[in-house]
Ligand binder design. Structure first.
Ligand code: PLP
Length: 426
């Protein structure tokens, strides 16, 4: 309560704007994930690795727009590409020169992607890809996993129930336990004749950066092949682990992959789904396969132009490995200060995506995250804001390529201080 009160006092302009927005926006925002109590901080601008709010506080941005803003704010190369597209007419209403070029860049990088289509978000890519796979297999059941997040319309709760949200998605989902090979075998045996797709996040991002076990991923690959289902990886968040996605590092190739977030530079809506030609072809105009895909903004020129600039100039092999290594280093440093302080802080994640949990036991599943110390997490969140570090309220850190090791060292020191100052809680 004291931390909330002190936050409230320090942010009068945010409070004022939020209070006004509440009159017309449910929750005062159009994104549930960015809402927090007593009121969310209202951001004014971003530059490089920093954010400024409407009360003139500056933060080191560790949230990285929930993994979409991976190159920092207004990256000059991406900004230039977008400006140039805008100056040439931003809604052309036909095929443009960028989309085929962008598609080729993806196909060259991802072993699993022979053909690709673009959409406006990760959610949209996922829902369209599922519809496509159903048409391709002529089956209806989609196997997903507890704690999985595939977008605002396809969220899978930590218990056995499909959440109200996912009821919006017109698909027949079965929710299986995560990282449980035995349960997988039983469920697949039960549904094999109607199983269209096995759909997995290689690391559950929104649920707390919980990596899937390699053996589990391999078992999914084998099972999908055995029963004629499509194996689809949701790499909307995890693709940043290498230029060919986390799948490249793990060495398991799915039949379909969905992407989103940072590929259009972070300032533009983006989603994509791609895979084997045999599957993707049924979306071709005039194909009798029963799948259809269109959308006014699927190929919008600013997104396409930003995407080409990202893949050709910014997101290089070197940038990908530097970011991954920086993330591994940060995870290691945070674990070190936790150990030295004898605290319950646990860090889960892969490379540049990680979540900080306060839990006395190991955190491996969404249920473990739910059981962790959420009051301390909130205290930590407000303490970090006060010290000038902006991270996702759920404790997720999503690194950006522009952030320096020296800046991250200041964060590690702030975390260390929190663990010392709040010893009685952590
Ligand atoms: N899939 C995963 C794994 C995600 O993390 C997200 C967003 O966080 C999505 C899908 C949805 O993407 P979008 O927010 O672009 O709809």
């Amino acid at each position: 309560a004291a931390a909330r009160a002190s936050y409230g006092k320090a942010n009068p302009e945010s409070q004022k704007i939020h209070t006004e927005s509440l009159l017309t926006l449910p929750g005062g925002t159009t994104r549930n994930v960015v809402h927090f109590k007593p009121f969310p901080v209202i951001l004014e601008s971003g530059r490089g690795s920093y954010l400024t709010d409407v009360d003139d506080h500056t933060y080191l941005d560790l949230c990285g727009e929930y993994s979409a803003g991976m190159f920092g704010h207004s990256h000059p190369v991406i900004t230039k590409a977008m400006h140039s597209a805008i100056d040439s007419g931003f809604a052309l209403g036909g095929v443009n020169r960028f989309e085929g070029r962008l598609a080729k860049l993806f196909c060259d990088r991802f072993a699993s992607i022979e053909k690709i289509r673009f959409s406006n978000s990760g959610t949209e890519a996922n829902l369209t890809a599922i519809a496509l796979v159903k048409a391709y297999t002529k089956r209806n059941t989609i196997l997903v996993f507890k704690g999985g997040y595939h977008g605002g319309l396809a969220t899978f709760s930590k218990d056995d129930k499909v959440t109200a949200n996912s009821m919006n998605a017109p698909h027949n989902f079965i929710v299986a336990p995560y990282n449980d090979i035995q349960a997988l075998e039983e469920i697949v045996a039960q549904h094999k004749d109607d199983l269209a797709c096995i759909f997995l996040e290689l690391m559950q991002g929104s649920s707390g950066c919980l990596p899937a076990d390699i053996d589990f991923i391999k078992a999914l690959r084998a099972k999908a092949t055995e029963v004629g289902a499509v194996l689809m990886f949701d790499e909307v968040m995890t693709s940043r682990m290498s230029t060919g996605g986390l799948q490249k590092l793990i060495g398991v190739t799915p039949d379909m992959t969905t992407l989103g977030k940072y590929f259009a530079g972070g300032g533009q809506n983006f989603g994509a789904f791609g895979g084997k030609t045999e599957i993707m072809s049924i979306i071709e105009p005039g194909h009798p396969g029963g799948a259809y895909h269109s959308g006014t903004y699927n190929n919008n020129v600013t997104t396409m132009a930003a995407g080409v600039a990202v893949l050709e100039q910014v997101w290089t092999e070197q940038a990908a490995s530097d970011l991954y290594n920086m993330g591994e280093w940060l995870q290691h440093e945070l674990q070190r200060v936790s150990k030295e302080a004898g605290s319950t802080l646990k860090v889960t994640g892969v490379g540049s995506l990680m979540t900080l949990h306060f839990s006395s036991k190991e955190v491996r599943s969404a249920a473990d995250v739910q059981a962790s110390e959420t009051t301390v997490r909130e205290l930590f969140f407000f303490d970090m804001l006060k010290k000038g570090f902006y991270l996702a309220q759920r404790g997720m850190v999503s690194l950006m390529t522009v952030t320096t090791k020296e800046e991250l060292e200041t964060f590690v020191e702030a975390v260390r201080l929190f663990l010392v100052e709040r010893k009685e809680f952590v």
